[in-house]
Design a protein around this ligand. Structure first.
Ligand SMILES: C[S@@+](CC[C@H](N)C(=O)[O-])C[C@H]1O[C@@H](n2cnc3c(N)ncnc32)[C@H](O)[C@@H]1O
Length: 248
């Protein structure tokens, strides 16, 4: 399963590869999506890159994640920060119904939805996320546009270059390819001054640009907008697609 890498290689390096600073735009968008902080549920919360800044801004956050390693890291950080009862967690798949309801905001960002390898399960998961939102609340989902990536990755391996590693010791390089239609495979290599330290592969399931919008509308959402990334315009091409839907 695609998520297993989060309990192994990628999970061990996640916070250095994707520190909280990389979530600034996402957090700004989510926090500004409603007039005041309220209750949020994050599907695929990981180690809290987005949830922790949301908590600091006054939101209550329920974090859902299938990975014991990632969810455990989030729980430890939230405990240490003393957020108390404003934090809840559920270790389960985002494709399962937690039974929780009435949130002001449900969201799933970065590679969360793409971790589900089956498009039918992705569609069910989007409908399920919307069920967690109360009337008038918002669902925000980031997905990856398969046509954009098919145009971008024209050779068998395409270097995406060096990633910034925040521990000051390690370097990370990332290469990506499309081994089959709609599947993006990312190969990470971690090194230090003496040479290679770790290597692992992450696979994600890409979706048509309007996939989330279609699923949300079929599940009864209103005012559905599809944006080019967190700062993007409606209709512009982009690798990252942000869909915002209101529950009627
Ligand atoms: C790319 S990370 C994103 C983490 C966090 N949202 C962030 O922005 O940093 C994807 C997360 O989704 C989780 N995940 C993968 N498959 C999942 C599933 N079926 N149900 C719930 N969480 C899942 C992984 O364990 C991982 O923590």
């Amino acid at each position: 399963m695609y998520h297993e890498v989060y309990d192994a290689g990628l999970g061990a390096w996640y916070d250095q590869l994707f520190p909280e600073a990389t979530a600034e735009e996402t957090v700004g968008f989510l926090d500004g999506a409603l007039p005041a902080p309220g209750s949020a549920i994050e599907f695929g919360v990981g180690s809290g890159r987005v949830a922790l800044p949301m908590l600091r801004r006054g939101w209550s956050v329920t974090g859902v994640d299938i990975s014991p390693r990632m969810l455990g890291a989030f729980e430890a950080k939230a405990r240490e920060a003393g957020f108390g009862e404003r934090v809840r967690t559920r270790r389960t798949s985002m494709a399962e119904d937690t039974g929780l309801r009435g949130y002001d905001l449900a969201y799933c960002v970065l590679g969360g939805l793409a971790c589900l390898p089956d498009p039918a399960v992705q569609a069910e998961a989007v409908a399920g996320m919307l069920r967690h939102v109360g009337a008038g609340g918002l669902l925000v989902v980031e997905n990856y546009d398969r046509d954009f990536w098919a145009r971008s990755l024209t050779t068998s391996w395409t270097g995406l270059g060096e990633m910034g590693m925040r521990d000051g010791v390690h370097t990370a390089s990332l290469r990506a390819r499309l081994p089959e239609a709609d599947v993006l495979e990312m190969s990470y290599e971690i090194g230090d001054a003496r040479g290679p330290v770790d290597a692992f592969l992450e696979r994600v399931r890409l979706t048509p640009r309007d996939f989330v919008a279609r699923c949300a509308r079929e599940a009864g959402a209103e005012d559905v907008r599809v944006l080019a990334g967190w700062a993007g315009a409606e209709g512009a091409p982009s690798g990252s697609v942000v869909t915002v839907a209101r529950r009627g």
